[in-house]
Design a protein around this ligand. Structure first.
Ligand code: CO
Length: 293
C-alpha cells in the first residue's frame, strides 16, 4: 500500500464549439456538443459571453427538462427564471441556480437587460435512476452564500459545490449532499500561480479555463490547455493547475460517476428509450404542468 498522491494528467481536450440555443442565444458548448462528449455525471457545459445584446436578448423561452439538474452560474448580467409551478428567481452577477428538474419542469430564462455584458455558464449534471422522477427542486444561491477563499500564493477560489481543501483547512460550498457529490470551483490565479487540490480517485474531473491558458499535470510535465476548452483529466487523486503568463480564471468540476445507461432526447435525460418516449408523451399531454397526486 502506498500513500503517495497521483497527480491527474490532461487526458483529452474538448474544444468548445460556437452554437446557439433557446431563441437564438449565442454560446460555446464543450461537453455535450455531441452525445459522446459527456463525462459521467456531467452531460453538458455551455459558456455564454457577449457585450452585444443581439447575442442574448432572445433568451430561453419556456422549455421542458426531465431527469437531470441544470446549474446556471452568472458572472455578469441578469437573467430571470420562471417556471410553470410559479417559482421565480433573479439570477444576477455572481449568483448560482441549482435546479433539479426531476420528473419535469417547464421554465424560461430571460435576460433582464437590453445592453451590457451577459456572461456565465450552464452545466448539466445527471441524476441517478432513483431520483429522475422526484419532484423538481431549486437552490437559488446568492453571491454572499458562496465562500471566496484567498490562496496562499495569490488568487482566490469561489466554492459553489463540494468542499475546498486549502492550507490544511476545509471550506464547504452551499451545495452538497447530492448523489453525484459534485465539486464545482471557480478559480482565479495570478501569472504563474498554482492550484493543487485533492479529488477522490474514482471521480471524473475536468478543468475549463475561460480567461487565459493553464498547464495541467505534475510540475515539469504539465500539458497546456487553452481558454474555452474542457480538459478532461486522467485518473488520480489530485489536480495540479498552473496559470500561464497572463494569469487565468477556470472552472474545476469533479463528480462521482453514476455508471448508468444514458438515453437523451434534447432536454430529457433518462436511462432507457422507453422512458424517453414516456417523457415526450407526458410533456405533450400536459402532464408536466398538472399537480401530482
Ligand atoms: Co432550461
Amino acid at each position: 500500500m502506498t500513500t503517495s498522491k497521483t497527480t491527474r494528467t490532461l487526458e483529452r481536450v474538448i474544444e468548445s464549439i460556437p452554437t446557439s440555443d433557446g431563441a437564438g442565444v449565442k454560446l460555446r458548448r464543450s461537453l455535450g456538443h455531441t452525445q459522446r462528449l459527456r463525462l459521467d455525471p456531467f452531460l453538458m457545459l455551455d459558456e455564454f459571453s457577449s457585450e452585444d445584446a443581439n447575442d442574448y436578448i432572445a433568451g430561453f423561452p419556456a422549455h421542458p427538462h426531465r431527469g437531470f439538474e441544470t446549474v446556471t452560474y452568472m458572472l455578469d448580467g441578469h437573467l430571470r427564471h420562471e417556471d410553470h409551478l410559479g417559482h421565480r428567481g433573479e439570477l444576477k452577477s455572481g449568483a448560482v441556480q441549482w435546479m433539479s428538474a426531476g420528473r419535469g419542469i417547464i421554465h424560461s430564462e430571460m435576460p433582464q437587460q437590453e445592453q451590457g455584458r451577459m456572461r456565465g455558464f450552464q452545466l448539466w449534471v445527471n441524476l441517478p435512476a432513483a431520483e429522475k422522477m422526484k419532484p423538481p427542486a431549486y437552490r437559488d444561491i446568492q453571491p454572499p452564500e458562496i465562500p471566496v477563499v484567498a490562496l496562499p500564493g495569490g488568487g482566490r477560489v469561489k466554492v459553489i459545490a463540494g468542499t475546498l481543501m486549502n492550507d490544511g483547512r476545509s471550506m464547504a460550498g452551499p451545495v452538497g449532499g447530492l448523489a453525484t457529490d459534485p465539486l464545482y470551483l471557480d478559480v482565479e490565479l495570478p501569472a504563474g500561480g498554482r492550484f493543487v487540490h485533492p479529488v477522490a480517485s474514482d471521480y471524473n474531473a475536468f478543468v475549463y479555463p475561460y480567461e487565459g491558458g493553464v498547464g495541467i499535470g505534475p510540475a515539469g510535465a504539465a500539458r497546456a490547455l487553452k481558454a474555452h476548452h474542457a480538459g478532461v483529466l486522467s485518473a488520480g487523486d489530485r489536480i495540479d493547475v498552473t496559470a500561464g503568463p497572463e494569469g487565468a480564471r477556470f472552472l474545476v468540476l469533479a463528480g462521482r460517476p453514476l455508471r448508468e445507461p444514458v438515453a437523451q432526447y434534447g432536454p430529457f435525460v433518462m436511462n432507457t428509450r422507453e422512458e424517453i418516449d414516456q417523457a415526450i408523451r407526458d410533456y405533450q399531454s400536459g402532464a408536466f404542468t398538472r399537480p401530482s397526486d
